[in-house]
Design a protein around this ligand. Sequence first.
Ligand SMILES: *[C@@H]1O[C@H](CO)[C@@H](O)[C@H](O)[C@H]1NC(C)=O
Length: 246
Amino acid sequence: MSTTTLLSLLLLISTGAAITTLSSDIAALKAIKSSIKPTTIPSYTCLYSWDFTSDPCSPPHVTHFLCGLSCSGNRVTQLTFDSAGYVGTLSPLVSKLIQLITINLSDDKFSGAIPNSLFFLPNLQTLILGSNSFSGGIPPSISNLRSIQTLDISRNSLSGSLPNTLASLTELTRLDLSFNKLTGPITKLPKNIIQLALKGNSLNGFHQKQSFTELTQLEVVELSETRSPERFPAGSSLYPPSSKSI
Ligand SMILES: *[C@@H]1O[C@H](CO)[C@@H](O)[C@H](O)[C@H]1NC(C)=O
C-alpha cells in the first residue's frame, strides 16, 4: 500500500463520511421491495429509486433512494411510500427495522395479511396503512406496539373482531379502523384516545358503556354507518357537542 493510499484511507475513516446502513436493515428493505410487483414500480416512483448498488442511508441521495424512507444514522426510521399504486404484500421482514418510528403506506394496493411481526416494533409511533386491500384479522399481539400514537388501517378488508388487548395501547390518541369488515363487540378502548373512527364496519355493542366511560380525552368520534341496531342514549355525554367528523 502506498503512503498516499494509506493517507486517503485514514482521512476517509476520520471524517466518518461513509454511513453504512446496518446490513439487516438493507436485507429488510430488499425484501420489502421484492414483495412488490416490479411492473407496478414505474420510473417516476420512490421505490424505483431504491437501487441497492448504493447505500440506502448514505447521503447525498441524488439518483438513488430519493424517497420512500428516512434514516437516522445507519438505521431506517421511516417508511413513507408514495401513492403510486404499488401492488404486493408487506414483507414480514419489516420487523427487522426495529428503529422504525413511522410507517405510512397509505393509498397503495397492498393485499394479504398485515404481517404479525409488524406488531412487535417497539418504537413505532405512527402506522398508516389506510386505503389498501389488507385482509385478515387484527391480532391480540397488537398490544406490543407500545409506542403507537396514530393507528390508521381504514379502508381495507380487515375482518374478525377487535382484539381485547387494544386498551393496553396507552399512548394511542388516534385510531381509525373505519370501512373494513370488522364484526363483534366494541372492546375496551385505550384511555387516551382523542380521535376514534370505527364507522363502516359491522361492529355492535355501542351500548356497552364501559368501552367508553374512561375515555376522558375523546373529542372526535365517528361510529355511524355501522350496521348496528344500538344507539347511544339521547343526551349521552359520550357525544359531546364539540364532536365533529373526521
Ligand atoms: C401518508 O402518506 C400520504 C401519501 O401517500 C399522505 O398524503 C399523507 O399525508 C401521509 N400521512 C401522514 C400522517 O403523514
